[in-house]
Ligand binder design. Structure first.
Ligand SMILES: C[S@@+](CC[C@H](N)C(=O)[O-])C[C@H]1O[C@@H](n2cnc3c(N)ncnc32)[C@H](O)[C@@H]1O
Length: 158
């Protein structure tokens, strides 16, 4: 668990990562669809970012930490574990897992639709952890987001 007050100061750093991720998705011609799972959502910076950029999607926030989830402004909030999510198979158009994968034993991608988009990002020092994570989707692209926090990003499609 970490202090949500301290974590809020990371908003700008996270937004910078999202800028780079969404620029890459645009260049690759990959669309978010309508329903997005934010696995390990924390305060909900992803939802805030999408709202600030007028992206018309519904975001389901999943996190193990109730306190942090209560501060999250996502459309739907679920207290749960990204290792074994409580969702039906094939319901989400996209799953985002930002700065969480290094904390997981596995990432449950079963709720992702066929041809759905999966974006996993971790601080660069955890690059090997993300590479050893087994996910049920094909890698489309990987890159390093060189902002204030160097981030390793992998984009998959189911
Ligand atoms: C570093 S924060 C990242 C938050 C958010 N993704 C972002 O980019 O701002 C990591 C989050 O993952 C959550 N978390 C850790 N283990 C988890 C698990 N097994 N399932 C779901 N969430 C988890 C933590 O509670 C925390 O909110």
């Amino acid at each position: 668990m970490f202090s949500s007050k301290i974590y809020k100061s990371w908003r700008e750093i996270q937004f910078e990562k999202f800028d780079n991720i969404f620029e890459k998705l645009r260049k690759l011609g990959l669309d978010l669809g309508k329903l997005v799972l934010d696995a390990g959502s924390g305060n909900g910076f992803l939802k805030e970012y999408l709202k600030a950029h007028d992206v018309d999607v519904e975001v389901v926030a999943l996190d193990v930490d109730l306190e942090i989830l209560l501060e999250n402004s996502s459309d739907y909030k679920v207290l749960g574990d990204a290792n074994f999510t409580p969702f039906k198979r094939g319901v989400f158009d996209a799953i985002f897992c930002i700065d969480v994968a290094h904390l997981l034993k596995r990432l449950d991608t079963s709720p992702l639709k066929s041809s759905g988009l999966l974006v996993i990002a971790v601080p660069y020092r955890f690059k090997e952890r993300i590479n050893s994570l087994k996910v049920d989707a094909e890698k489309v692209f990987e890159f390093v987001s060189d902002g204030r926090e160097k981030e390793y990003v992998k984009i998959f499609q189911r």
